[in-house]
Design a binder for this molecule. Structure first.
Ligand SMILES: [Zn+2]
Length: 99
């Protein structure tokens, strides 16, 4: 009988505690997510092909055309073409991405 009494008293309390922990963790995770998003919000300039929407990102360059990372769009050769649809460099339009 004694054991039964203990079970009845402690089980709801234990469940409460567990669900509290659960929601605390949820809350914590959400806070961390928000902070991470705020911290990583950056503006990124890319150049987008107006024909097929392919983007040239100076950070990555264009490995398909031997353009090394950190090559500015301006310094791309005039012969640069869209890697997908072969549109000329002049078809690219500057675009600011907000992440
Ligand atoms: Zn294109």
């Amino acid at each position: 009988m004694h054991v039964h009494d203990v079970d009845k008293v402690e089980l709801p309390g234990l469940l409460m505690e567990l669900s509290h922990l659960y929601f605390e963790q949820l809350g914590t995770e959400r806070e961390v997510d928000v902070k991470t998003v705020v911290k990583e919000t950056t503006e990124e300039e890319v150049y987008q092909c107006s024909d097929c929407m392919t983007m040239y990102n100076e950070i990555y360059g264009d490995i398909t055309q031997n353009i090394p990372p950190k090559t500015t769009f301006e310094s791309l050769p005039e012969t640069y073409e869209c890697s997908l649809c072969e549109a000329p460099k002049s078809s690219f339009k500057k675009k600011v991405l907000v992440k």
